[in-house]
Design a protein around this ligand. Structure first.
Ligand code: AMP
Length: 424
């Protein structure tokens, strides 16, 4: 028996209403804030992610799906959405348009991770990026959208965590303080942190090992080392967030490990779950476009894991019904009636009615049992007598009440009947 590859899943019909609900809400929000959709390929040049996500990061070092195509080109399945958006911004000369450019995507991403609840090897991100403006009001708006999504979806018990990690001006001083602090505790660090201390000290702060947590608590805080420009920016972001009524908590452990991440970083996490279960993460990347070969161009964005959002919705007990159930089921008895049933089904579909036709010439009882299981509120029954009389029996499934309707009137009568039904 074949099974889905480890860390991937089928999205079955019963789960589709959740996906639709989340995606429709996300797209509605994007329109509300003036974001336009951008779709990029499933794979990109491997070097794009090495440059953007960073050659020394876990994602690029251990998690990307790389392959060589038949011409020897080295390609990578998209592990995240920001780099492809920035690549497209540059490739299509979007810097020449009025800024900021606001783009969003809904895209499968691939990371070779250890699968567990909420962590998959293929997962879906909804992300949005605003490129070309340094305005701190844009940071606040980007955080606000993330906050609004969870509110609209009705996910409760989430918090927005916020931090500022400065820029290339002020970060060296902060890193120096951080390294000095950690060097004094070198002996008690977990193994990974020993490496981080050498390679990427900012990442010391998002170590998840219990033994390192007290150290993190006492570590120097990035906000205390901000240069005047970054301090001013951060103060403005806080000012605008307050003005927009978006609640948040400062979280000094929140970092991004790469140089082109600047100033604002934020995450949306379950109140009791910690940042390992982040539902979404975002931040400013004022150095990224330049890193990819463009002129210095600021940018900020956010990405949420759709799979994780749906897990949370289900955990909260939200039930959604499938809106795709048929509106009418067509049953028949005998060959002549089957011909009439096919014709009638085509007619009803042409009128826009979701119609399911019985297949397999089963007994009427079996067909009606099937009709019931589909959730169709009405059935049409055609027997030899009905066909002879040019009629069909319209049966309301809820209570079995039946009426005879001339075949020529069936579509109109049904449209009227389903209009009085409650929505899905
Ligand atoms: P990141 O690009 O790592 O900041 O991820 C952004 C968001 O995508 C996270 O907050 C998660 O909600 C989601 N995400 C990241 N990795 C995975 C994964 N392996 N499985 C499911 N969701 C993920």
């Amino acid at each position: 028996m074949y099974r889905v590859p480890r860390g991937t899943m089928d999205v079955l019909p019963a789960d589709q209403p959740y996906w639709r609900h989340v995606l429709e809400t996300a797209e509605r929000l994007c329109r509300l804030y003036g974001y336009q959709r951008l779709d990029t390929p499933l794979f990109e040049d491997a070097s794009l992610f090495q440059r953007s996500v960073g050659a020394g990061t876990d994602i690029v070092e251990k998690e990307t799906y790389n392959f060589q195509d038949r011409s020897g080109e080295l390609l990578t399945l998209r592990p995240e959405g920001t780099a492809p958006v920035c690549r497209a911004y540059l490739e299509h000369g979007m810097h020449a348009l009025p800024q900021p450019i606001k783009l969003y995507y809904i895209a499968p991403c691939f990371r070779y991770e250890r699968p567990q609840a909420g962590r998959y090897r293929q997962f879906y991100q909804w992300g949005y990026e605003a490129i070309g403006s340094m305005d701190p009001a844009l940071d606040a708006e980007v955080v606000e959208i993330a906050w609004r999504l969870y509110q609209l979806l009705g996910i409760t018990d989430l918090v927005v965590l916020l931090n500022s990690i400065g820029d290339p001006q002020c970060r060296p001083a902060y890193l120096k303080a951080l390294v000095a602090y950690y060097s004094a505790h070198r002996g008690s660090l977990c193994r990974d942190c020993g490496v981080r201390l050498e390679k990427n000290p900012l990442r010391l702060l998002d170590c998840k090992e219990p033994q390192d947590q007290p150290l993190i608590q006492g570590a120097p805080r990035a906000v205390d080392y901000l240069c005047p420009e970054c301090r001013g920016h951060h103060a403005q972001v806080e000012h605008y967030l307050a003005l927009l009524g978006v609640p948040y908590q400062m979280e000094h452990r929140l970092v991004r490990g790469l140089d082109y991440y600047t100033k604002t970083v934020f995450e949306v996490v379950p109140r009791d779950g910690g940042s390992q279960n982040a539902i979404g993460a975002g931040g400013r990347y004022d150095g990224l476009i330049e890193e990819l070969g463009g002129r210095p161009t600021p940018g900020i964005g956010f990405a949420a894991g759709i799979d994780r959002i749906i897990l949370n919705l289900k955990r909260q007990g939200l039930t959604l019904r499938d809106g795709s159930r048929p509106q009418v089921y067509v049953a028949y008895l005998g060959d002549r009636a089957k011909d009439a049933a096919l014709r009638l089904t085509a007619e009803l579909r042409a009128e826009g009615l979701n119609t399911l036709l019985a297949f397999g010439d089963r007994s009427l009882r079996a067909q009606l049992r099937h009709a019931n299981s589909t959730g169709a509120p009405y059935s049409l029954i055609l027997g030899e007598d009905e066909v002879q009389a040019g009629e069909a029996l319209l049966r309301r499934m809820e209570d079995g009440e039946q009426e005879r309707v001339p075949l020529t009137h069936v579509a109109a009568r049904l449209s009227q009947a389903v209009a009085s039904q409650p929505g899905p």
